[in-house]
Design a protein around this ligand. Sequence first.
Ligand SMILES: Cc1cc2nc3c(=O)[nH]c(=O)nc-3n(C[C@H](O)[C@H](O)[C@H](O)COP(=O)(O)OP(=O)(O)OC[C@H]3O[C@@H](n4cnc5c(N)ncnc54)[C@H](O)[C@@H]3O)c2cc1C
Length: 409
Amino acid sequence: MTTEVEPVAEFRARARVWLRDNLPPNPPDQGPPDSKEEWDRARELQRLLYNGGFAGICFPKEYGGLGLTPAHQQAFTKESYAYEMPLILNVPTLSICAATLVDLGTEQQKQEHLTAVLRGDELLVQLLSEPSGGSDLAGLTTRAERDGDRWILNGSKIWSSGAYAADYGLCLARTNWGVPKHRGLTMFLVPIGAPGVTVQRIKQVTGSTEFCQEFFDDVALGDDAVVGEVDNGWEAASRLLYHERSAIGGTSPYISGARPHLGGEDSHILELARRTGQLDDIRVREDIGEARAMTVVRDQLIDHITRSVLAGELPPAAGSITRLFSAENSWLQTDMAVKVAGAAAATHAPGDPADTAKIGTDFLFRAAWSLAGGSTEMARNVISERVLGMPREYAADREVPFNEVRRGR
Ligand SMILES: Cc1cc2nc3c(=O)[nH]c(=O)nc-3n(C[C@H](O)[C@H](O)[C@H](O)COP(=O)(O)OP(=O)(O)OC[C@H]3O[C@@H](n4cnc5c(N)ncnc54)[C@H](O)[C@@H]3O)c2cc1C
């Protein structure tokens, strides 16, 4: 058996030719995916990548991936910037949910779901947050109870990105109320189309309806739906949150085709200044310089943290550093764009020389960059406690059985 790995340069050259021959050029930014058609298009593109031998570059070979290295993925990603790619599958399907299944799924779950994901046949979403939960994830109250050889799921989840178009959701539920909150949870792989699951879409201030709320009414699940161990779902959730921070922070090896972060980029501000005739304005030039410096630092931080975690010099929790910096950078880029656009950010009209409409909606959405993928305050807690080894934050419910914890706000 040969174990020789294709050199990155050769892989990159092969990818360049394949991309040119098979994918259409990158369309203009379409915003969040609000229709099933957009997801269907992403599935189609993913299928194309799979059939062309460029899907799941860092996923194991036995489940449909290529079993290659992050360097191969980075090379492919850079080559693919100019082409239409199934970017909406990156978060959460590929880099968070599928990555968690690689780590913790049973052989059957991996065989069944990973190949389907890599072929574009299945979309996975995260069902973690709850209407009264938020950052206190381990305090969730969606419950799964044993009924003979089945689990019966009841409760509600919220802020689930793209659930309306998904096939399965990784859902964290409470299975034991007599132990402290972190110990009585179990992760389930829930079919979104199962009887008893209702999905409602939520309209955001930006007009997007990508977010969903789900209701579970006596949803029956088998033991084969359990991801990881019963009552040890916090381990599964921690793994999933680790992958989420890596994805949002830009260090995930499972993201294909996307630039390191989903937020604003300084090139947009430069283009905005050019189109609005402000390139000679000293103040605007300083703003562009500051935005550029932040992006350069972010990219170097991502490289540094990725290498240090892979080399074992930093713990995996260090991904929270890039997650935090990416959020700070997104706020700065959005604010700079508004500064350069001035009143046009709010008064955009068709025919205006620059795309200031997007700047206005980006500004409305900017708080999301500090919340999605775990809030920045929580990232700061992780950095202080798990990277710097500082004392743990006080928690009144530590070691208290969950059914004795005072709740309700
Ligand atoms: C774009 C986007 C996509 C999302 N996608 C999904 C998804 O697909 N699936 C899903 O399950 N969820 C998703 N979420 C939800 C997201 O995970 C939560 O918003 C996040 O965990 C924070 O919860 P919260 O917004 O309810 O904030 P809250 O928990 O209400 O917190 C409010 C503020 O207080 C701070 N805070 C709370 N407790 C502490 C503490 N102990 N110490 C310091 N500060 C604290 C928080 O950090 C935050 O800034 C998404 C959110 C966004 C914005």
